[in-house]
Design a protein around this ligand. Sequence first.
Ligand code: PHE
Length: 359
Amino acid sequence: MDGLDALKKKYLDGILAAADEAALEDLRLSALGKKGEVALMMRELGKMTPEQRQQTGPVLNALKDELNSALAARKAALGDAVLEERLRTEWLDVTLAGRHRRQGSIHPVSQVTEEVTAIFADLGFSVAEGPQIESDWYNFDALNIPPEHPTRTEMDTFYMHRDEGDNRPPHVLRTHTSPVQIRHMQQYGAPCRIIAPGRVYRADYDQTHTPMFHQIEGLALGADLSMANLKWVLEEFFSAFFGISVKTRFRASHFPFTEPSAEVDIQCSWDQGQLKIGEGDDWMEVLGSGMVHPKVLKAGGVDPDKFQGFAFGMGIDRIAMLKYGIPDLRAFFDSDLRWLRHYGFAALDQPTLHGGVSR
Ligand code: PHE
């Protein structure tokens, strides 16, 4: 029976030392499994004399029971340890004060783009888009801007790099959103009513100019649209946008892509350095506009004998500054968190037409 004692000690020690359930299962198999050491000894019983069997049988059965209960006890202990560990690491102090989480904010440019889009959508305009890298044909030629026009120089326009011998037509970072007029006409023809908000680029940097800024283009084509329609649409828009009835003043101007052309001012007052829109007898320039030039209609594949219409382009950043009293344009693009927290908008704080922007 010495062998049996050694065997028993070996397994009991092993079970006590088992680190996890997998190790326990290995031990159970090598002791009590079909080919386990104890099972093999049980099989030996058959070869014994009845006297020997009578003596050894109960001893082996007792060993088996003892190992089984040691296995069960160790398994329970391991389970307790796992639970202990979870209780130790996953505890939660429900009496602690909540932790403050900073919320992001909506940039004024995004906010105002949304506002403008909502107002024009209400007037029946849909949103069109175009690429920010444009061929010089879309950005200039199609818009009746001649090759010698000063805005086409590298002084004003960012040109894409071309290696020596690369003869692809020049591409530029679009200098205005007007090329979207051409793209839209080519794709959808006339009549149409669209706005096109987006980024534009010019080689300019001072207190009122940044090399990248935002414009919103407008284009409306129909059989008999006129400047009168343009004026109504713009006054309707500015009144909705500023929440107060706003008059506009049209000043004759020149753009190659419109004829006639007008720069549009909105009514305002300067009261002790404080700007107020929609009152007083000062004027503030906000956009360029006009009747789309027949050559531009042709470049877009629209028949100038059948359709005519108006177009306008205004600076989103600029009207954002006017509406929300933001003094410095350059701060728009500094990514200064303090600025964003001050001038940004909460996600659920978006003024919408249906939310009651006064009209
Ligand atoms: N594209 C002009 C600019 O960037 C604005 C404009 C658009 C003028 C449409 C007339 C018609 O200044």
